[in-house]
Design a protein around this ligand. Structure first.
Ligand code: FES
Length: 57
């Protein structure tokens, strides 16, 4: 599913990047993708996806 529709970033992509780069929060993902830089509606969902990914590692 797409988390960030504005930039076409999926939950799978967020999970992969989170695990590959050792990211633990939204700020980390925003440093390497444009997530949240347009409408910002995706931030909350992105946070949940990252938390899930962190727990899974
Ligand atoms: Fe991510 Fe709009 S859905 S910035």
């Amino acid at each position: 599913m797409y988390v960030c529709l504005c930039h076409g970033i999926s939950d799978k992509k967020i999970m992969k990047l989170t695990q590959q780069h050792g990211i633990t929060d939204v700020r980390g993902i925003r440093q390497i993708t444009p997530l949240g830089s347009m409408c910002g509606k995706c931030i909350r969902t992105a946070k949940e996806v990252i938390e899930e990914a962190v727990v899974a590692t």
